[in-house]
Design a protein around this ligand. Structure first.
Ligand code: COA
Ligand code: AMP
Length: 623
């Protein structure tokens, strides 16, 4: 196999040839004759005349090839004390039957199904069943509150929502059903039906005529055959936080997704069929979509679905127990999880309690891997700790160290190098290339590789505006950073108002929208501030309306954000301040406040309206 450099060069000089070869690993019902349609820039389409079914690629073809008895899915749930293995045959049977259930409820090709489920096998089964029918799933993370769920329902307009009676967090039982009911009450486009997985831990009431019991439906369900779809047809929509309160519906197509994810399994993660891959994330996030559900199954590997936390379920040895019990080769998690483990087990004593000799790599993503955490994990585990950088939008890594191609020397603080398919550039505001070591906006020259977003759900215009208009011919990632003399990329953080809280992407704009609705609040700003475990947490600054009282206001605002956005926002810090610093045109200086809160020697913009406002705020921000 050629080395990284040759592979990357080939992918950029002749992308069609590069991805045509990768596409051979996919089973097509109609082989693509055209690889890249570039006739309508900046919109690009991969494999436009190809036809396939993603579920067939993830399940049927492995059963047909003799992997039927191999483990496809290992469900390990310390919060319920359950462990269960599904073979490829069993997972196919359950998926085909649930596809039959959905079809019976009127779900067909192109229809949407919203999935609001905890980390249980039914989540994967539902996603794969949608893929089988050519329907489009949209998974909403269980930590989001009714308001956020309602926004997503209204944008996706699903025929069916699939949910469960509850999720189980270590500290409490989360009742999903009342949250879904509240969301549907608010929604303008409610679903016709809800399918509910009743969990023994806590059952819920069903609304007659609308709600149906998963287990009852499955008892009499008939298997549905797979429906071939165009490679360019959508497989799913996953909403992610943008800079405003309205989330962006990231569209993933079928063909490019299958080709790219399959390619990453061998080349990036060094995985072979039959080996065990564990992404300790959540199906509600892109990492869960790509690396709990699709990629391991597309390869014929075994995936682990873990319903628990890195600590507290029951201790900081949980990850190492799972690795040793299930023979995990690759573990993928967020740096925040490693920081949480390290805090409770600084000497790594729990690592030594388990035989983790099967573990060859620890991959991390979701936020920057800080050098301290990198060094700790490397020392305690004695294996490569590979930071890789990507986004919901791309669906797979933009930059990484391709373990299956060539193990490049690791540099702390860097996710290593751009992956094949990604022509990464660092641009100044005027569009000029930055020199090595010079910080700028991280952009990717078009076309983006297969598997990345072709557009936003129902909103081509917003896709253009958000990502493609700042620097024509380039995709704007929203992150800032630099490339060093050796070609290593360093990602320094978002240059917009998106924050990353414990690996969860949130928009400060959506939190501001909640604060602004309180009758005592005249104006507000939310910024991300550093947190030892979670990386970042949101911090609110509010200005009172004339005559309004600030008594008890912070606690009320904290409760509102929890009710409207969800506990996952971890919004706990609010200060009432006399005024917010602004430019003369009235723009709030969030970046300046962020810098001051981070202890930086932040320059004061020349456009500031009243510098004394910032002076008054400085001691509060530094607290
Ligand atoms: N459903 C409902 N509530 C949820 C939830 C879910 N799926 N996930 C989290 N929450 C709740 C938690 O119970 C918590 O509520 P609380 O305020 O009542 O305690 C709140 O949301 C914040 O949760 P979390 O961010 O998970 O913080 P934590 O303090 O419970 O745990 C970590 C901290 C670091 C252990 C945890 O965030 C973690 O494992 N992070 C890894 C994230 C990850 O894998 N990201 C994917 C990118 S790869
Ligand atoms: P999400 O879409 O939730 O995956 O979040 C994507 C954002 O998380 C990126 O734009 C980055 O800001 C951040 N991110 C993800 N992975 C990394 C990483 N390895 N290093 C630095 N930032 C990261």
């Amino acid at each position: 196999m050629s080395g990284y450099r040759e592979l990357h060069d080939a992918s950029i000089s002749d992308p069609a040839e590069f991805w045509a070869q990768a596409a051979q690993a996919v089973t097509w019902s109609r082989e693509p004759q055209q690889i890249l349609d570039d006739t309508n820039p900046p919109f690009y389409r991969w494999f436009p005349d190809g036809e396939l079914n993603t579920c067939v690629n993830a399940l049927d073809r492995h059963v047909a090839a003799g992997r039927g008895e191999q483990a496809a899915l290992i469900y390990d749930s310390p919060v319920t004390g359950t462990k269960r293995t599904y073979s490829y045959s069993e997972l196919l049977d359950q998926t085909a039957r649930f596809a039959g259930v959905l079809r019976g409820l009127g779900v067909g090709k192109g229809d949407r199904v919203v999935v609001y489920l905890p980390m249980i096998p039914e989540a994967l089964i539902t996603m794969l069943a949608c893929a089988r029918l050519g329907a489009v799933h949209s998974v909403v993370f269980g930590g989001f509150a009714p308001h956020e769920l309602a926004i997503r329902i209204d944008d996706a307009r699903p025929k069916v929502v699939v949910t469960a009676s509850c999720g189980i967090e270590p500290s409490r039982t989360v009742e999903y059903k009342p949250m879904l009911d509240a969301a549907i009450e608010r929604a303008e486009f409610p679903p016709e039906h809800c399918v509910v997985v009743q969990r023994d831990h806590l059952r819920c009431e069903l609304i007659e005529g609308r709600d149906l019991d998963w287990h009852e439906l499955m008892a009499t369900a008939e298997a549905a055959d797979p429906v071939p779809v165009a490679a360019t047809d959508p497989l799913y929509v996953l909403y992610t936080s943008g800079t405003t309160g309205k989330p962006k519906g990231i569209v993933r197509d079928n063909g490019g997704h299958a080709v790219a994810l399959l390619w990453t399994m061998r080349h990036l993660y060094d995985m072979e069929p039959g080996e065990v891959f564990w992404a300790a994330s959540d199906v509600g996030w892109v990492v869960g979509h790509s690396y709990i559900v699709y990629a391991p199954l597309l390869l014929g590997a075994t995936t682990v679905l873990y319903e628990g936390k890195p600590v507290g379920t029951p201790d900081p040895g949980a990850f190492w127990r799972v690795v040793s019990e299930h023979g995990v080769k690759v573990l993928f998690t967020a740096p925040t999880a490693i920081r949480a483990i390290r805090k409770e087990d600084p000497d790594g004593a729990y690592v030594g309690k388990y035989d983790i000799s099967t573990l060859k790599y620890l991959f991390v993503a979701g936020e920057r891997l800080d050098p301290d955490t990198y060094h700790w994990a490397t020392e305690k585990l004695g294996i490569p700790v590979v930071d890789h950088w990507w986004q919901t939008e791309t669906g797979w890594a933009i930059a990484a160290n391709p373990m299956g191609v060539q193990q490049l020397p690791l540099k702390a603080g860097s996710p290593t190098v751009p992956m094949p398919g990604y022509d990464v550039r660092i641009l100044h505001a005027d569009g000029e290339d930055c020199k090595p070591g010079e910080e700028g906006a991280i952009c990717i020259r078009l076309p983006l590789p297969p598997g990345t977003l072709p557009t936003l759900w129902g909103d081509d215009e917003r896709y253009l505006r958000s990502y493609l208009s700042e620097h024509p011919g380039y995709y704007l990632t929203g992150d800032g950073g630099y490339i060093d003399e050796d070609g290593y990329l360093f990602v320094m953080g978002r240059i917009d108002d998106v924050i990353n809280v414990a690996g969860h992407r949130l928009s400060t704009g959506s939190i501001e929208a909640v604060l602004a609705t309180h009758p005592a609040v005249a104006e507000c700003a939310v910024i991300g501030v550093a947190d030892e475990i979670k990386g970042q947490v949101p911090r609110g600054l509010v200005v009172l309306k004339a005559g309004a009282s600030g008594d008890g206001l912070p606690a009320m605002l904290v409760a509102s954000v929890r009710d409207e956005i969800g506990a996952v926002a971890s919004f706990k810090l609010v200060d009432v301040v006399p005024a917010l610093p602004k430019t003369r045109s009235g723009k709030i200086l969030r970046k300046t406040m962020r810098g001051i809160a981070a202890g930086k020697d932040e320059p004061i913009p020349s456009t500031i309206e009243d510098p004394s406002v910032l002076d008054a705020l400085r001691p509060i921000l530094r607290r």
